[in-house]
Design a protein around this ligand. Structure first.
Ligand code: SAH
Length: 226
């Protein structure tokens, strides 16, 4: 998979891809992440990427020209499955959307800033708009990092144990069972005996029961999807 992330603040996207699972995925060549500085495509005097809003009002709007030049150049090099604009009013991101995106080959994520992008960008370049929740961030970078993380960890070979992403919350519309590690007794707080039994089938049944019970209490709406 190739992910091209267009931003006016590239440093905001350095850390998420420089550590842990995402870094390993990149080092192993399982995903290529390119953080593209939109200013490099602003061919005006001050390399500016934003301007005042027509009609007045507070806040700057990201201009269409640099975004158009940038996206056109990327599209001339390869075809993209989706050109995604991170937007608070987009489709709400969830595990099923992460699964869908993990099957794609080339994706562009466009991060907005200020008041957002000129509407014509959305009309003419964007194929999909994604929100990470009903709240407003200052820019699309953190949202893009969230989407990239959720998608990259699903790519084959990224997680050590091939099955481990499948046992995470939401993957089968269940949330994950509780997990424990040593010590088995911390100041009298003990782990469930069954986990020490060594009986695989019983442990699997216990985990399933726990998942179901938790889903009923915490996310009952997921059970309707079954
Ligand atoms: N004026 C816009 C908000 C702009 S916030 C409005 O009211 O809808 C600036 C940028 O941050 C947006 O262009 C978008 O790229 C990003 N952003 C903010 N909140 C987001 C969210 N919940 N999900 C995804 N991107 C978001």
């Amino acid at each position: 998979m190739r992910l091209d992330i267009i931003t006016v603040h590239p440093p905001l996207l350095e850390s998420p891809f420089s550590h842990s699972i995402l870094k390993r995925a990149i080092d192993k060549g399982l995903v290529e992440v390119n953080v593209i500085n939109l200013r490099d495509y602003a061919h005006n005097k001050h390399r500016s990427v934003d301007d005042y809003a027509y009609g007045g009002g507070a806040g700057m709007v990201m201009m269409i020209e640099p975004i158009a030049v940038c996206i056109d150049e990327l599209k001339s090099q390869r075809s993209y499955d989706e050109i995604i604009y991170m937007s608070p009013d987009g489709e709400l991101f969830d595990q099923s959307l992460a699964n869908q995106l993990s099957l794609k080959k080339n994706l562009i994520l466009l991060c907005g800033h200020y008041k957002g992008v000129d509407e014509r960008v959305r009309e003419h370049f964007i194929t999909r708009e994604i929100s990470i929740g009903n709240y407003v961030l200052s820019g699309g970078e953190l949202a893009a990092a969230v989407v990239a993380d959720a998608v990259i960890r699903l790519l084959p070979g990224v997680l050590g144990d091939e099955t481990s992403a499948l046992s995470d919350s939401f993957q089968d519309n269940f949330i994950a069972p509780p997990v424990y590690t040593r010590p088995a007794d911390f100041k009298g707080w003990k782990i469930p005996d069954i986990l020490l039994s060594g009986h695989e089938a019983n442990i699997a049944q216990w985990r399933y029961d726990q998942s179901l019970a938790r889903t009923k209490v915490r996310r009952p709406e997921l059970l309707k999807k079954h």
